[in-house]
Write a protein that binds this ligand. Structure first.
Ligand code: MOS
Length: 738
């Protein structure tokens, strides 16, 4: 069934409302009597708030209330409010301690945003200031194995011999290299925003989120109300990238302030505040030690990763899923108590940083062994899980290499650096692989036939720009045999059906498509069965009296006993507005396979030999992710993902001023992200291998796949062009000067 969707590039069903400005994002909601909260943030990184002089602010025009650690908004419990939430570790305003620069120390509420902002600027804060411990580099010798936090992130892994160092020493060739990845920030176009409206003890909150149901649950715990009393509305999300997976302080404070004031409150986080109050990716330093035979066969990998705080995996898990090796050691180290904002997950958590280190190290090893980088990868091709020994299901990464090499013209690459030039430009090619663990969870979907001839397909997931609205409509259409324009998809609302287990977290881990689509199919089958039952039993139905076996559903119509009737007409006749089923699909962990999605990236770069400027001229990415449901939105995801990896390769990185702990480029003028002129057309190719083991739909995740390895492909191309191996990102021109 899913096969007929293939090669069918359907336009986004939410496209028209977005391009005409009708799509409502959280901050677009302006209920009557609305007032505006503005966050006040600390200007020191370590110490205490001793006192706050609010006099001038309180006298300032339009000010309604000011909340501080001395005048707290009631919030309850201690984060994480739900298990596995990787966010702020304490409630906002809960004490006077300042742990990082840019921490929330107050909220000013006024009639307008401008009044609140201007009043906040009048608050005088007296601090007891301590020297900040904010320099990541100065903490590199303080790494400790972090405590286990309930997620399998910090757990050390040892595979093979007792001593990894003996295994490395026994290898014919060893190579130890250290890679630095800067902190990076989500920088979603839509800032974290919330509009909170209480009616009695019920909260409606408009807040951009990747998981509406989990968001509602977190809020309910923090506000000490029953979770049925919190209604999260978030139909459109202007980018999440992991930053909107969990509930951050601005939303908690909007909800609490609105309750306190008995008025709706809106809080919109400013761009600069987003850098400190809604999570970021930690800086990561990784040492990758490879031991191999002279023919390229890996014998040992030792991967040690050093990160600011254990909130996301800093890359070591990635190394479990790329290459076969008999010996492996993974370690993760954090220094305790740094004065830095709280990290969280960010697109391809762990995998972006880990693949950068591993895929650069493999390129360095290939150069050393005088092997083609693709041959080295094929030599160490991983077919079974290093941990469980189970085979990878439907893995065609080798075909990705082959197809990509042919399309890209890899055979024209010269192994020796600086072999190809074009005037002042040195030209080089590089490649890298991507492996993404392909998860899938159980979820709940409701499918309802309606008397007006449309069908509703609903589940509490989210569309962060990923195309979920569209593939939900497509899958509904496909499953019910009716056109896409007769499907009414619903997502982005905590009151919609929600799955068990991890599904309330919504659109995370590139798993939403693989999770939701098989459930749509199950729900559609059950809705059809319910419709038939309705048809043979309802007293007004022309099919009444037939057995269910005598009635067939096809393309929106029921037929039986010589009668054929469309579902709209049937429901109109029976005076039934809607009829269908809500279904939770079961997902059992496979005992036979492990699942991944795969890609090979190819990059051509041109580096100006005088200015050190690196320009990307061509990129090709070949993807093996099982069934591709919508070629158009899938291509969009991969293209966006590749660009997301180009970011830290050439441009991105938060810069923390060590003496103050302040991020001194917390804006989109100084924190560079790739723009159109920086990015060539990215040639994305999908292999067509539906994965029958993952689900009957055959689709595996791909949202984060493009990001994995793409930075390494750029670094490797720069090295091929210039002979310079850059191991600390981003590759700015100063690192490439002659
Ligand atoms: Mo993604 S970092 O799991 O939203």
């Amino acid at each position: 069934m899913a096969r007929s969707l293939l090669g069918n590039p359907v336009n986004r069903v939410d496209g028209p409302v977005k391009v005409t400005g009708q799509a409502r994002y959280a901050a677009d909601n302006n209920p009557p009597d609305l007032c505006h909260g503005y966050l006040l943030t600390s200007t020191i990184a370590n110490g205490m708030v001793l006192s706050m002089d609010l006099g001038a602010a309180e006298q300032s025009g339009g000010v309604i209330a000011i909340y501080t650690p001395d005048n707290r908004l009631p919030l309850h419990g201690e984060p994480p409010f739900l298990p596995n939430v990787l966010g702020e570790r304490r409630r906002p305003l809960s004490d006077h301690e300042v742990r990082y620069h840019g921490q929330i120390i107050g909220v000013v509420v006024a009639d307008t945003f401008e009044q609140a902002r201007d009043a906040a600027a009048l608050i005088r804060v007296a601090y007891r200031e301590l020297p900040p411990n904010s320099s990541f580099e100065e903490n590199l010798d303080r790494g400790e194995q972090p405590p286990f936090v309930g997620l399998p992130l910090g757990v050390p892994v040892d595979i093979g011999v007792a001593s990894i160092d003996d295994a490395l020493a026994a290898s014919q060739v060893t190579q130890a290299t250290t890679y630095r990845h800067p902190p990076r920030h989500h920088n979603a176009m839509e800032p974290h925003s919330a509009v909170a409206v209480w009616k009695g003890d019920e909260l409606t909150i408009y807040s951009g989120t990747q998981g509406p149901a989990a968001h509602a649950e977190e809020l309910a715990v923090a506000l000490a109300v029953d979770k049925t009393k919190v209604h999260v509305v978030s139909p459109h999300v202007g980018g999440g990238f992991g930053g909107k997976a969990f509930t951050w302080a601005p939303t908690l404070l909007a909800a609490a302030a609105a309750r306190s004031l008995g008025r709706p409150v809106k809080i919109v986080t400013t761009r600069e505040q987003l850098y400190t109050v809604t999570g970021h990716r930690s800086a990561v330093v990784q040492t990758m030690t490879l031991g191999a035979r002279e023919d390229g066969t890996l014998n040992a990998i030792k991967h040690h990763s050093f990160t600011e705080a254990l909130v996301e995996d800093p890359g070591v898990r990635t190394t479990l899923s790329f290459y076969a090796t008999p010996n492996l050691q993974l370690r993760l180290l954090c220094p305790p108590g740094m004065n830095l904002p709280t990290p969280t997950i960010l697109r391809a958590p762990g995998d972006e940083t880990g693949s950068f280190a591993l895929e650069c190290a493999m390129d360095e090893l290939a150069i050393r062994l005088q092997m083609d980088p693709i041959d080295l990868r094929l030599k160490n091709y991983l077919r079974t899980s290093l941990q469980t020994g189970l085979p990878y299901s439907s893995k065609h990464l080798d075909e990705c290499y082959r197809v990509g090499a042919a399309r890209f013209g890899w055979s024209r690459r010269r192994a020796a650096p600086r072999s190809v030039s074009d005037g002042d430009w040195l030209v080089g090619m590089g490649m890298a692989s991507a492996v993404l663990a392909a998860g899938r969870a159980a979820t709940t979907v409701r499918v309802l036939f309606r008397a007006d001839g449309t069908a509703a397909v609903a589940t509490a997931t989210a569309d962060l720009g990923t195309g979920m609205w569209t593939i939900l409509a497509m899958m509904g259409a496909e499953s019910l045999g009716i056109p896409v324009d007769r499907i009414r998809p619903s997502i982005g609302d905590s009151r919609l059906p929600v799955g068990p287990g991890s599904a309330p977290y919504g659109a995370i881990g590139s798993a939403a498509t693989a999770t939701v689509m098989p459930a749509v199919r199950d729900a559609a089958d059950n809705a059809i069965a319910a419709l038939i039952q309705h048809g043979v039993t309802h007293r007004r139905s022309p099919l009444r009296g037939l057995s269910v076996e005598q009635v067939r559903y096809r393309d929106g119509k029921l037929s039986g006993g010589g009668t054929t009737i469309g579902f709209g007409e049937l429901l109109t006749t029976t005076r039934t507005r809607e009829h269908g089923a809500t279904t939770t699909n079961e997902v059992k962990e496979s005992t036979e396979y492990v699942f991944g999605s795969y890609a090979a990236h190819f990059c051509e770069v041109r580096v100006n030999r005088f200015t050190g400027e690196a320009l990307l001229s061509r990129m090709t990415t070949v993807v093996d992710a099982g069934t591709i449901l919508n070629e158009k939105t899938a291509r969009n995801q991969i293209t966006g993902g590749v660009i997301f990896g180009i970011g830290p390769a050439l441009f991105e990185g938060g810069h923390v001023e060590a003496s103050t702990g302040r991020i001194d480029n917390a804006n989109l003028a100084d924190y560079l992200i790739p723009v159109n002129t920086d990015v060539p057309d990215i040639d994305v190719v999908f292999l067509d291998h539906p994965d029958p083991n993952v689900s009957p739909v055959g689709a595996r995740g791909l949202g984060e796949l493009g990001t994995i390895g793409s930075a390494a492909a750029v670094v490797n191309a720069v090295c091929n062009a210039t002979g310079k191996r850059i191991r600390d990102l981003p590759i700015t021109p100063d690192k490439l000067f002659e």
